[in-house]
Structures are given as structure tokens and as C-alpha cells.
Design a protein around this ligand. Structure first.
Ligand code: F6P
Length: 341
């Protein structure tokens, strides 16, 4: 069998670990051949490939990013896109695909199933907002980066008696904000799932200052205030219709300064959360996903995604993973509130 592999959407630490594990097991155990498709769905759409064998995956386990490149190309938005993918897969002699991606990439994989394209999905996103899996790889690394930043910001905030706002990624789900905020001892955590009240935020900030400490506010990029609009940086939409976010941290700092008369500054962590070497947990999870994805291909179990349930890797229908987002449950957010203010 000849297997195509692609990585789509925002890159995330651990993608190379999945690729390596699938190729190693596929070649050593099943005698499969592989071809890499470049830049997400753009690869099969435009027949952009690169060789993928054991030699090509040597040494990539700890490397961030993806050796295959990534993009947010949506073939369903391209005229004749699906037919071109079918033709190109046939021309490359590809029998099945492993698609590693988040909701958008796997949404395409789900829809392609109806067009006789054989796909196994692997869940990836630093946002951890994919349903049907307990965790996605990349999330743990992002939480490490954000927690380290929060730890560092505490000391400089105290020295200058400032409020420091840390803007983290998370468009629709506040997992990174919640986990890093709790781990880093933030005094306020704002997530997209809960519309925040700026009066309440300022009261928490003032109470923190009143006790002689400098507050740290962790805000997810998709968080928004009561009666407010989502903060947008450019208003531009990507191929999947998502607005490019950014700016809530700066808006929050300006509003906090205006209301509390205390200095407030913002640190936007941005793509530092996605870059660099994966954490040991993410290497472990990504490697296991890669091993189980190639087993699913070997078993002919297509239209499935590998998922983490407890400590087991299971297979779930791709559609289950992409129909609803996994957002932060209210009970978890309420737990964190003990430390607000
Ligand atoms: O989905 C992963 C993610 O990092 C989101 O947290 C973020 O909103 C988005 O990608 C940013 O995408 P881009 O790098 O394409 O602007």
C-alpha cells in the first residue's frame, strides 16, 4: 500500500513525531510506502509532494513545526477541488491518506470520505478544542510556554506595581488560558466561553493591589466583554472563514488603566505558543497517535480519527470530532475563580 501524509491548519509541536511514528511502523511492520503532501490540502490539490521514507523522518521527533509544511487551504472552496484531489491521489498511486489537523483539516477529511477518499485523521491543535479526544498534542507545549511567561511576569509586575495582561491563543475555547492561568497563579482568567464584565475584572484587580500584590490577567484571544464585539486585528478571514484575532489584551489594558488609574501592560504570546520543540507529553501522545493511525490504515478502518481516552488510544468516527467544539465546561472555570482577585 502507498500512503499519503499531510499536515493542515496552524502548525503545532508534535506534528513531526506523528509523521515519524506512522512512517516507522508503516515501513517496518506493514511494508507500506509513503509520500508526503506539502502544505496541507494544497499538496493533494496541486500535486505538491516530497519523499517520505525512514531516512526522511530520522531525527525529527523533537523538532517543532512540520517537515511537510502546512496551510489553511480548503479544497471545497476551490472550483473542481475535490476532483483534482481524486485525480492527483490516483496519479501518485496513493491508496489512503493520513490527515493530521484540527477541526478544519479534519472537517475536509470527513467530507472527502463521501467522495471515496480513504482517510484516517489525527487530532492536532494547541487549542485542545477537538471533540472526542481527551487531549490534542501541542496543547501541553503551549501551556508550558504560557505558564513560563506568567511565572516571569509575576516578578516584573511586582517590581513595578503594574497589572500585567497576558494574551494567549484560543479562538473559541479557553483551554490554554485556563490551564496556564491556574498553573501560573493568575489573578484573573478570561475565556471565550464566558462573556466578561469589565467592572468585575477591575474590582478583582483593585483587590489584588489593595493586598500589596500586582495582578496578572490571562486572557484568551477570543474572550470578549459584555455588550462588546470580538477583538479583531485585521478583519481578514481565512479560507475556513475564521477572523484573524488579536487585540483583546491591549484593549483590556487600556480599559483597566482608565478605570483603576493603575498602570497596565500587555504581553501577547502569539506564535511562541506554537513554535519550538514539543514537550515530552506531546512527543509521547503524538507518537502514539502516529502508531495507531497507521494501524487503522492497515485494518482498512477509514473515516476514523485516533483519539485519547484516559490512557488508551481509540478510534472514533471523524464526524464525531468535527461537528462540535470541545469548550471549557463551566464547572472547571468556576474552580479557577477561587483564585480571582
Ligand atoms: O488553531 C490554532 C491557532 O493557533 C489558534 O489558537 C489561533 O487563533 C490561530 O491558530 C492563529 O492562526 P494563524 O497563525 O493562521 O493566524
Amino acid at each position: 500500500m502507498r500512503i499519503g501524509v499531510l499536515t493542515g491548519g496552524g502548525d503545532c509541536p508534535g506534528l513531526n513525531a506523528v509523521i515519524r511514528a506512522s512512517v516507522r511502523k508503516g515501513v517496518q511492520y506493514y511494508g507500506f510506502e509513503f509520500v508526503g503532501f506539502r502544505d496541507g490540502w494544497k499538496g493533494p490539490l496541486e500535486r505538491m509532494t516530497r519523499p517520505l521514507d525512514v531516512e526522511a523522518v530520522r531525527g525529527i521527533l523533537p523538532r517543532g513545526g512540520t517537515i511537510l509544511g502546512s496551510s489553511r487551504t480548503n479544497p471545497f472552496k476551490v472550483d473542481g477541488g475535490i476532483e483534482r484531489i481524486q485525480e492527483n491521489l490516483a496519479a501518485e498511486g496513493v491508496d489512503a491518506l493520513i490527515a493530521i489537523g484540527g477541526e478544519d483539516t479534519l472537517g475536509v477529511a470527513t467530507a472527502l470520505g463521501a467522495h471515496d477518499v480513504k482517510v484516517v485523521g489525527v487530532p492536532k491543535t494547541i487549542d485542545n478544542d477537538l471533540n472526542a479526544t481527551d487531549y490534542t498534542f501541542g496543547f501541553d507545549t503551549a501551556v508550558h510556554v504560557a505558564t513560563e511567561a506568567i511565572d516571569r511576569l509575576h516578578t516584573t509586575a511586582e517590581s513595578h506595581s503594574r497589572a500585567l495582561i497576558v494574551e494567549v491563543m484560543g479562538r473559541h475555547a479557553g483551554w490554554i488560558a485556563l490551564h496556564s492561568g491556574m498553573a501560573g497563579g493568575a489573578n484573573v482568567i478570561l475565556i471565550p466561553e464566558v462573556v466578561f464584565d469589565i467592572d468585575e475584572v477591575c474590582a478583582w484587580i483593585e483587590s489584588r493591589f489593595a493586598r500589596g500584590y500586582a495582578p496578572i490577567v490571562v486572557v484568551a484571544e477570543g474572550a470578549h466583554p459584555k455588550d462588546g464585539q470580538m477583538a479583531t486585528q485585521t478583519g481578514e478571514l481565512d479560507a475556513f472563514g475564521h477572523v484573524r484575532l488579536g487585540g483583546i489584551g491591549e484593549r483590556l489594558a487600556a480599559e483597566i488603566e482608565r478605570r483603576t488609574k493603575k498602570e497596565a501592560r500587555t504581553t501577547v504570546l502569539g506564535h511562541t505558543q506554537r513554535g519550538g520543540s514539543p514537550s515530552p507529553f506531546d512527543r509521547w501522545l503524538a507518537t502514539r497517535f502516529g502508531l495507531h493511525a497507521i494501524d487503522a490504515v492497515h485494518d482498512g478502518d477509514f473515516g476514523k480519527m485516533v483519539a485519547l481516552r484516559g490512557t488508551d488510544i481509540v478510534r472514533v468516527p471523524l464526524a464525531d470530532a468535527t461537528t462540535t467544539l470541545k469548550t471549557v465546561p463551566m464547572a472547571l472555570y468556576e474552580e479557577a475563580k477561587v483564585f480571582f482577585g
